[in-house]
Design a protein around this ligand. Structure first.
Ligand code: 4NP
Length: 161
C-alpha cells in the first residue's frame, strides 16, 4: 500500500497550516514514523506565496521544540489527487476547498483538523491568529498538537502504519 499523504490547509499558508505541518512532523519523528507518511501544507489564498512561515508562528513553535519550514503555496485542484487527507483549519477554508473539489472522491478527502481531536466539539476551528496577539499563536500550537495527535492515531489505525 502507498504511503498516506496529508496536506494541511489554511488561508495564507504562513501561520496555521505550517504550524500543523510542523507539529505533525514532530509527532511522526517522536513515533519513528518520519518516512511513513507524506506531509505538506498550502493556503487557499495566494497573498503570501513564496514566503516563509510567519515569525510569530515560528518563534512560538520553537519554544516547544517544533520546527516550521517551507515556502507558502496555494492549494490547487490537482492537489486533491496528490493527497489522501486534505485537512482544513477553519470552516471558511473548508468551504473554499469544497468549491475547488472536482468530484465526490475529492470532497471525501476534506476534513477539519479539530474533528480528529476527541476533546473538541464537532466543527470546532483553529482560530486565525494573524491580526491578534501572542496568545493566539500559543493557542494555535496547543490546538494543532491535540488535532494532529488525533489525526496520527486515525491514520495509524486506518492504514496500519
Ligand atoms: P493563516 O493566517 O491562514 O493561518 O496562514 C493568515 C495569514 C495571512 C492573512 C490572514 C490569515 N492575511 O490576511 O494576509
Amino acid at each position: 500500500m502507498s504511503k498516506p499523504r496529508v496536506c494541511f490547509v489554511c488561508l495564507g499558508n504562513i501561520c496555521r497550516s505550517p504550524t500543523a505541518e510542523g507539529v505533525f512532523r514532530h509527532l511522526l519523528a517522536e513515533a519513528g514514523l518520519t518516512d511513513a507518511i507524506v506531509v505538506d501544507s498550502a493556503g487557499t489564498a495566494a497573498y503570501h506565496v513564496g514566503e516563509s512561515p510567519d515569525r510569530r508562528s515560528t518563534a512560538t513553535a520553537r519554544k516547544r521544540g517544533i520546527v516550521l519550514e517551507g515556502a507558502a503555496r496555494r492549494f490547487e485542484k490537482g492537489d486533491f489527487a496528490r493527497f489522501d487527507y486534505v485537512v482544513a483549519m477553519d470552516a471558511s477554508n473548508e468551504r473554499n476547498l469544497h468549491q475547488l473539489a472536482p468530484d465526490d472522491e475529492a470532497e471525501a478527502k476534506i476534513h477539519l483538523l479539530r474533528d480528529f481531536d476527541p476533546e473538541s466539539p464537532t466543527g470546532a476551528e483553529v482560530p486565525d491568529p494573524y491580526y491578534g496577539g501572542a496568545d493566539g499563536f500559543e493557542t494555535v500550537v496547543d490546538i494543532c498538537i491535540a488535532g494532529c495527535t488525533g489525526l496520527l492515531a486515525h491514520i495509524r489505525d486506518q492504514h496500519g502504519v
